[in-house]
Design a protein around this ligand. Structure first.
Ligand code: FAD
Length: 469
């Protein structure tokens, strides 16, 4: 008999519960990747990066004597066709928690079960399944710190080893991922971003190893510095499951036991990711509506073509730290966490623009895009979300820049117009952006910000006052 292992965002052989369960059944295992409704709906950078992740996983599977069967079409329809072709008796996958994935997976599970196929989902994407963390009264957490306290002492199962993959005698036919054009919308900037990506399971393991060996000790302080490479950069790999969150948790725990001071902070950050899944599970509207009801009706600007919003997207606000951050995202596909908080605050508070415009732009540009973490980050920054900073606390981008980029290195690394002798990173921005933006490194930098730190703060506070909070 054969069983199908349906891979979605779990491109790894080690610590992969769905794959291990498929292998443990004793049947031959057919790994399948689908270009389904979930993939079709992705924005540019995540869609492109997902395709690269799947291709790398295909190579990894081939190295283990197996294959990745790739098919295009609605998930249920394609799985049914594969079951008919191969006589598969079961389908295994690792669970995702965002509303779209859940809707698809629940429909697939119900339909397959009704047809007598074993459809089994597994816990493989988070450290803790979202519904396993409960408050004393059986509810869910709306604030991070008690969530952290509830899980920090819990035992976390050891990562699973790489299983032995039994292969079918005859493989079903496969399409070629490259033919799907997943990178279509990235045609301009892909080569620039690619230089900053680390793709695949081995690369992810190397990243974790390097971080735990060299940087975790200083992580608590260094993680906030814009001009220091002080974090793990693992979000790119965690997003595609090229490494498991559980593996990262155990590496952090070993560092903690070894007395490395930054390790606990790293564990806490990993749990922020779990908290995002906890929230999206219990309050799925976090990805689409103000999490706090009272923000519905707030007079955000909702025009993405507004010149201020366009200046924000293009890194031309005239505030170097905001512009550096927006360009960092365009060049590397990622952005420093503090910079994400800063630019999100600037858009939603100084520019009084709806967080959804920012969230969608991040989804377009980030290779580590995660529906739950992105939505949580945006609503947290806007003040409309869970555990948010008080809405009236408005980050000052200038003082933040002085504190976290004291020598201006980060700003000069990404904004050519202020760099004198621009480094490669700053120049590569102009290779990545669309021609229609009509920007060049020789252009004069805006003489004044579109909205200054002081004016924006005043305007935001006035708007909040009129709202009657
Ligand atoms: P490290 O500092 O090394 O942390 C280790 C891991 O912990 C990260 O890889 C990540 O998986 C997790 N983590 C750390 N901070 C957070 C956080 N605040 N929320 C959730 N998980 C966290 N993260 C994404 O993975 N995808 C997104 O789309 C995303 N969008 C964001 C949008 C906004 C507005 C904000 C403020 C934050 C967003 N984050 C997002 C969270 C955070 O900025 C990134 O996870 C982090 O910058 C990744 O860098 P790193 O891997 O070096 O993190």
């Amino acid at each position: 008999a054969a069983v199908i292992y349906w891979t979605r965002r779990d491109f790894r052989l080690s610590d992969n519960p769905a794959l291990s369960a498929a292998c443990a059944s004793g049947a031959s295992v057919i790994p399948v990747f689908l270009c389904d409704e979930g993939v079709e709906g992705l924005a540019a950078a995540p869609r492109w990066r997902l395709g690269l992740g799947a291709e790398a996983f295909a190579v990894r599977l081939a190295g283990a004597g197996s294959r990745l069967i790739c098919r295009r079409g609605p998930a249920l329809q394609v799985l049914r066709a594969l079951i008919a072709e191969t006589g598969a008796v079961a389908v295994h996958w690792n669970r995702l928690y965002d509303p779209e994935s859940r809707r698809r997976d629940e429909a697939v599970k119900a339909a397959l079960k009704a047809e007598g196929i074993k459809a089994v989902s597994h816990a493989g994407h988070a450290v803790h399944e979202p519904w396993t963390v409960e408050t004393g009264t059986g509810g869910f957490y709306k604030v991070y710190t008690p969530f952290w306290k509830a899980v920090r002492g819990r035992d976390v199962e050891a990562p699973l080893p790489v299983p032995r993959l039994a292969v079918p005698e005859i493989w079903p036919g496969s399409e070629v991922i490259a033919d799907w054009g997943l990178g279509h919308a990235m045609n301009r900037g892909a080569d620039v971003v690619l230089a900053h990506c680390k793709i695949g399971e081995a690369a992810a393991q190397d990243r974790l190893e390097a971080f735990v060996t060299d940087r975790i000790g200083d992580y608590s302080d260094a993680r906030d510095r814009l001009d220091v490479d002080g974090t793990s950069s693992l979000s790119e790999n965690l997003t595609y499951g090229e490494i498991s969150a559980r593996t990262c948790w155990h590496a952090g725990m070993r560092a903690l036991v070894a007395g490395k001071p930054g390790a606990e902070t790293f564990l806490k950050e990993l749990i922020w990711r779990d908290f995002a899944y906890h929230l999206v599970h219990h309050t799925p509207h976090i990805t689409s509506r103000n999490w706090r009801e009272e923000w519905e009706g707030f007079a955000w600007n909702t025009d993405a073509d507004h010149p201020h919003v366009q200046a924000w997207m293009r890194g031309r606000t005239g505030l170097p730290v905001v512009d550096a951050a927006m360009r960092e995202m365009y060049v590397t596909g990622r952005m420093h966490n503090r910079a994400r908080m800063l630019v999100a605050s600037y858009l939603t508070k100084h520019l009084l623009t709806h967080w959804k415009i920012g969230m969608d732009w991040f989804a377009e540009c980030l290779v580590d895009w995660d529906p739950a973490s992105n939505a949580m980050g945006w609503q947290w920054s806007a003040g409309s979300g869970p555990d948010a900073t008080p809405y009236f606390r408005v980050f000052n981008p200038e003082t933040q820049a002085e504190k976290f980029d004291p020598l201006g290195r980060y700003r000069r690394a990404f904004v050519a117009e202020i760099s004198g002798k621009p480094p490669k990173t700053a120049l590569s921005y102009f290779r990545a952006i669309p021609r229609s933006w009509d920007m060049g490194p020789g252009d004069p930098y805006p003489g004044a910000p579109v909205v200054s730190a002081a004016d924006g703060r005043k305007r935001a506070l006035e708007a909040y006052e009129n709202r009657g909070f």
